[in-house]
Write a protein that binds this ligand. Structure first.
Ligand SMILES: [Zn+2]
Length: 101
């Protein structure tokens, strides 16, 4: 049940984050899309598959920014929620090595 609530919420937050970063920081022009790649965001309630868009650099940023960028790289750098990372680490520290491996 929590996953049924969390998955659409995560997707809505990601969509909002990406849309807010689609405009160029300097000239506010909407950056063009260069496709997307799939990633899995790991949460306590399960893995949420997401589409991470890649955006072309705005022409006004030639030479000062990479040719493409992915807004989700800033939001989800490790593709795992902090609480999931904590519990994974905690669990791994408590079980014997053979069971963890
Ligand atoms: Zn620009």
């Amino acid at each position: 049940m929590p996953a049924a609530v969390q998955f659409p919420l995560v997707r809505a937050q990601v969509a909002s984050w990406v849309e807010a970063r689609r405009a160029c920081d300097i000239c506010q022009t909407c950056q063009k899309s260069k496709g997307h790649y799939s990633l899995v965001f790991r949460t306590l309630y399960g893995d949420v598959p997401l589409q991470s868009p890649r955006l072309h650099r705005c022409p006004c940023q030639t030479g000062i920014a990479p040719a493409t960028s992915s807004p989700l790289r800033e939001l989800l750098p490790d593709h795992i929620a902090p609480e999931r990372l904590y519990l994974d680490s905690r669990w791994a520290s408590l079980v014997p090595y053979a069971a963890a491996a």
